[in-house]
Design a protein around this ligand. Structure first.
Ligand code: BES
Ligand code: ZN
Length: 920
């Protein structure tokens, strides 16, 4: 435990005592009414905060004062606001009326209610209705928990230093200063910071004055427009910056560690162009005078959209020409575009309550793809968006999922909903709606929504109302079916005589039946996309007459078929693809005849990448739910043997890796053949790309190369392994060699780890050496995410222990948990149990704790294991892990059931053998 941590703990303990004591002493039964409430009482509204903070970076403490202009709207003897982990200077608390400064009220009691994170100021008499100023002095600790007001560390000229940073979303502004900490309680902020004179102090607004006072300076910032508390931000430390201007003249800066400004150029360029784009798209100028973006070495999330001062993890902001990979570049663009989208959607128009969080996050996610597509059309980012949809579908296929709109009754419950449902399902249903209403209508509606609710708050239904007004479509009814219930449908499509029959039912990965029903925007195409049909499936089932559809495209279909394959008969080439371009958030199950047609269409290259992705991913999901045989999935995968599209192959690779894990348990005798089949599938595109970038090659080829080589290394492809290891050692000797371009490094690291054993550790040691010597976070992450892929369980254990060492920042530990080898699963589980107390202590207060469970538990595939996990956690349950734990255990049940189903499949061995030996 660091000195800061120790101090923090000590202080917390004494404060608990203090708070309890006061609670016991207080005689006021009226106080009970404020306890256990999800929201603050409404009889007082803050209008303006005058906040002064003095961080002490050596002692890791801070003191502060806040003067809050408040409006008392009903007679009361209490002021109730939020505060947590703060020491309130009781004597400093006073309320003055606006009318005359002489009327000063001091509370008779100052009560911190720890469990509700509220501060109750009790006065002997009623406070007068009208405006007044509430003054409070307080102090706290710059904690190590990456939330509230915290310290992050960095090195400057070989010396370890602290910086002070805030992270307030969702509900941690109250850990920095007493405030009305709810998104709908907006006010203006006038902030001043007293800091050592050599440091840079930043906040949401530009500096208006710096006053030097010996070794210290008082930095005052311009007053902000009205905003929510969770968007207030402060950063103090040593930084360099670069800057640029938008077309409108807004100054944009990227701040980073001294000497790293070169790495900020890409993000700066993206930010300036994205701001221009959003001003245009939302028909509304950026609302603040400046925008700063800053890289923070210790950061809980990827980034945070604080108004005018966006904070980032280094990996999400910095891009190094020499050592960053194409995937890193894309991540920077997406994250910047996401956070800047929030400046409108979130900061200017804010969700009314956390129930509508998805509106912020789902929307920012969707818009970030829109912006990235405009800036980098060659990245085909909308095709890549399918990865988001798929992850949303995977989580939402669990019985333990939740609706997009969730009731939130306590601050602790908010963390849990920052998940794939809010972000990925949220973004996907927005995309579904946009594609239903049309891009122009959608944009027009958004602009009017932003205008109507600027500097205010909105609920989900407010957005639907505006869209409904603009489009004349039943948006509220349609969207309620997607945001107010969990899950999604699988649409079963059959040919019956001259009809296409559609039937919806809830899809669950467990294969069980759910009873949800949706309004499903069905889109259909066939025959080189000439045949098109869209309709809303509003009931359980519906039908379409084929003759109506075929009429327009029959000829074209026949022609194309004849050109491709000679003069075979027609039936197979009657292909219909439902959910065109995968814009709908649902899965499709086709009957045998339609499936055969689609297989033909894939092999005859009639389909777009998005549609090929959808067919593969739906088939995989249906197979997992035991609705389709494993052999038929394998044989469908074989149709992708000449695939070259990045997103489709990336999906194929994910599926291959997950199947390899399951197959090893379900059918050990065939698992060699299955792996060989996967190697065969991937070798065709890998052979085309090789190891070295071709001159002028596309971003997508660079992405693809990395993923293909990594997968081949993991499947044990000898040639890839040998080549990877050779290139790795060239790189170890010369970090600037061109032999191991950044896009291929992860593959080489994973390959090296496949060769490491307890008696041959040199590859592991070399990787750690590279880890220790690099100062690029992305390089460190690449290495961390490779270590546990080793097939030797003892090395996996060592790698996991390394994660807990002081050499790994606590923010990075999740990367090390990714990709644990199948052989290392058991040691990882034992490690989790052995270290649970420590893990809980270190990560328990944030959302990273849940990742330990999902990464280690979910890959198991036996009922016995699921029971063992349940048993272990039965006495260790915490609200912050409850949902993830249930979801992870459900996944284990699903895997176990799938394993049983595969075991019972006849002829699987022959199918696998056939595929493994097929020459392409
Ligand atoms: N508002 C979030 C950050 C956040 C997440 C705050 C959870 C509090 C709790 C931010 O806009 C965000 O969504 N960040 C993402 C990156 C984004 C590109 C998906 C993140 O941190 O992963
Ligand atoms: Zn966000």
């Amino acid at each position: 435990m660091t000195s800061c941590g120790a101090f923090y703990k000590e202080r917390k303990r004494s404060k608990v005592k203090q708070a309890k004591q006061v609670m016991a002493e207080t005689q006021k039964p009226e106080l009970q009414q404020f306890k256990g409430q999800p929201r603050l009482p409404k009889f007082i509204a803050p209008k303006r905060y005058d906040l002064k903070l003095r961080p002490d970076l050596f002692a890791c403490k801070f003191t502060g004062t806040v003067d809050i202009d408040i409006d008392v709207t009903a007679e009361t003897r209490f002021i109730v606001l939020n505060a947590a982990d703060l020491s309130i200077d009781d004597g400093s608390v006073c309320f003055k009326t606006r009318q005359s400064d002489k009327e000063v009220y001091h509370p008779s009691e100052v009560i911190l209610v720890e469990e509700d994170e509220i501060l109750v100021l009790a006065f002997d008499g009623f406070l007068p209705i009208g405006e007044g100023i509430l003054g409070i002095g307080f102090s706290g600790t710059l904690n190590d928990q990456m939330k509230g007001f915290y310290r992050s560390t960095y090195e400057h000229n070989g010396e370890k230093k602290n910086m002070a940073v805030t992270q307030f979303e969702p509900a941690d502004a109250r850990r920095c200063f007493p405030c009305w900490d709810e998104p709908a309680i907006k006010a203006t902020f006038k902030i001043a910071l007293e800091v050592p004179s050599e440091l840079i102090a930043l906040s949401n607004m530009p500096v208006i004055q710096e006053k030097l006072d010996g070794q210290l300076k008082m930095v005052s910032f311009q007053e902000s427009p009205i905003m929510s508390t969770y968007l207030v931000a402060v950063v103090v430390g040593l930084f360099d910056y670069i800057e640029d201007l938008t077309l409108n003249g807004t100054k944009v800066r990227v701040y980073c560690q001294i000497g790293k400004t070169n790495q900020g150029k890409f993000a700066l360029d993206v930010a300036v162009r994205t701001l221009d784009l959003y001003e245009n798209y939302f028909s509304m100028p950026y609302s603040l005078p400046k925008l700063d973006m800053i890289a923070i070495p210790d950061f809980a999330f990827g980034a945070m959209e604080n108004y005018g001062l966006v904070t980032y993890r280094e990996t999400a902001l910095l891009y190094d020409d020499q050592h960053s990979a194409a995937a890193n570049k894309q991540r920077v663009a997406i994250v910047v575009a996401h956070e800047l989208a929030h400046q409108w959607f979130g900061n200017l128009v804010t969700m009314e309550w956390w129930t509508h969080l998805w509106l912020n996050e789902g929307f920012a996610t969707w818009v970030s793809y829109l912006a990235t597509d405009c800036l980098f059309p060659e990245w085909k980012i909308w095709t890549q968006f399918l990865d988001q949809t798929t992850q949303g579908l995977r989580l939402d296929g669990l019985a333990e999922s939740h609706a997009i709109e969730v009731e939130i009754n306590h601050a602790h419950e908010i963390d849990e909903i920052f998940d794939a449902i809010s972000y990925k399902k949220g973004a996907s249903v927005i995309r579904m709606l946009q594609s239903y209403l049309g891009a122009e209508c959608f944009q027009r509606s958004l602009a009017s929504y932003i205008e109507r609710y600027a500097f205010s708050n909105a609920k989900t239904e407010d957005l639907w109302t505006v869209l409904e007004e603009e489009s004349g479509e039943p948006v509220t009814m349609l969207m309620n079916s997607w945001t107010k219930q969990k899950g999604y449908p699988v649409v079963t499509v059959k040919i019956n005589d001259n009809n296409l029959e559609f039937e919806q039912s809830q899809f669950l990965s467990s294969g069980l039946l759910g009873d949800g029903q949706w309004i499903v925007p069905i889109t259909l195409c066939g025959g080189s996309y000439v045949t098109r049909k869209n309709f809303l499936l509003q009931t359980k089932s519906d039908r379409l007459e084929i003759s109506e559809l075929v009429g327009s495209s029959n000829e074209i279909l026949t022609e194309e078929w004849n050109q491709g394959e000679g003069d075979e008969k027609i039936p197979e080439c009657f292909w219909y693809k439902i959910n065109v371009d995968q814009t709908g958030f649902y899965r499709v199950k086709y009957d045998d005849q339609l499936t055969a047609g689609l297989r033909y269409a894939i092999e005859a290259r009639c389909l777009s990448a998005t549609d090929k992705f959808g067919i593969l991913d739906d088939s995989y999901a249906l197979c997992m739910a035991c609705k389709q045989t494993f052999s038929s999935l394998l044989s469908l995968m074989d149709a992708y043997r000449e695939e070259l599209d990045y997103t489709v192959l990336s999906c194929l690779i994910t599926i291959c890796s997950e199947i390899a894990n399951i197959a090893a348990d379900a059918t050990p005798e065939s698992s060699g053949d299955i792996k060989q089949f996967f190697i065969n599938l991937l070798q065709f595109p890998a052979g085309k790309l090789g190891w070295q970038p071709n001159s002028g090659e596309s971003h997508l080829d660079a992405l693809l190369r990395g993923e293909l080589l990594t997968a081949l290394a993991l499947f044990g492809h000898d040639i890839t392994l040998t080549e990877a290891v050779r290139r790795f050692y060239t790189f170890v000797d010369d970090r600037n060699t061109s032999q191991l371009p950044p896009d291929t490094r992860k593959a080489a690291y994973v390959a090296v780890m496949q060769t490491v054993t307890t008696s041959n550790r040199s590859g592991y040691e070399s990787l750690l050496k590279v880890y220790r010597e690099t100062d690029l976070s992305q390089e460190k992450v690449r290495i961390l995410s490779s270590l546990a892929s080793c097939p030797d369980p003892d090395i996996v254990l060592e790698a996991l222990n390394f994660l807990l060492s002081s050499e790994v920042r606590s923010q990075d530990v999740v990367h090390g948990l990714a990709g644990i080898s199948r052989e290392g699963r058991e040691s990882a589980w034992r490690w989790l149990k052995d270290n649970w107390d420590h893990i809980l202590k270190t990560w328990g207060s944030g959302f990273l704790i849940a990742r330990f469970i999902s990464a280690i538990v979910s890959p198991f595939c036996s009922n016995k294991k699921a029971e063992e996990v349940e048993e272990f956690f039965a006495s260790r349950m915490k609200p912050s892990i409850a949902r993830t734990l249930k979801q992870s255990i459900e996944r284990v049940w699903i895997n176990a059931k799938w394993v049983q189903s595969i075991k019972s499949e006849k002829c699987l061995g022959e199918v696998a053998k056939e595929l493994a030996h097929r020459k392409y």
